[in-house]
Ligand binder design. Sequence first.
Ligand code: GRF
Length: 212
Amino acid sequence: MAWTVPPAREGPVRLVVLVSGTGSNLQELLDASRDPGYGARVAAAGSDRDAIPGLDRARHAGVATFVVRATDFADRAAWDRALTEAVAAHQPDLVILAGFMKIVGSVFLERFEHRVINTHPALLPSFPGTHGVRDALAYGAKITGCTIHLVAAEVDSGPPIAQAPVPVLAGDDEQSLHERIKSVERALLVETVGRLAREGYRVEGRRVQIGI
Ligand code: GRF
């Protein structure tokens, strides 16, 4: 069945961005949001851990932050419910997982169905999981890249929205390759989220079509 998200009609689309580390993707979204024509703005940034640069970037931009630590809850399901409520409190139109290193659960995915977007540093379905860059390098891939996709229950398995290639160069190590991917990934994330917000999108099976 087709599912559509209408484009912003009154004011910018509200983004809640979840991060676990550096937050350079979040920074690009914060910077893009300054332009009213972008069509989306970061309403809040959240994390599963405190004292990370990503949250500092949000605070510096005057954006609300929150932390929901898994270790503060009896089990994963309780953490998932708490995270869901913390995100929902900021009334997101879209939830962006930008280097969020925890797997969100079923309560979260049901609450924000078709509205959770992840960025992954490889060309899915190749090299899913936490070590997408390392695995591409170990495989000897000549081309890798990044994928912006809708989030589904199985890790890195949701329908792709946008992908971009990045060459693997002789002499690359994990860090140099990841940095090259991230510079492409940040631009692709900002472009894709802006288009989703301004043009709306339609989900039909595994096909995501921007513009409705
Ligand atoms: C990105 O490459 C993302 O795809 C991966 O972790 C990186 C996060 O970078 N999961 P940053 O925290 O946005 O700088």
